[in-house]
Ligand binder design. Sequence first.
Ligand SMILES: [Zn+2]
Length: 59
Amino acid sequence: MSSPKTLCDWSKSDLAKRSEELAELVRDAGYYCAKCARVANDKRVLCKSKKLPQPAKVK
Ligand SMILES: [Zn+2]
């Protein structure tokens, strides 16, 4: 059984079973998927990765 290549391919059961792995991937996320709205700190795990912009500063 091979694991899905990207976070975008994770099924509901993957998300349930691999929550600790998910936590590692999304911690301090610097990228998001422009197609699926997933976030990750490794752009290789997103199918259409884009750099996550810094949130606008609250004045
Ligand atoms: Zn995606």
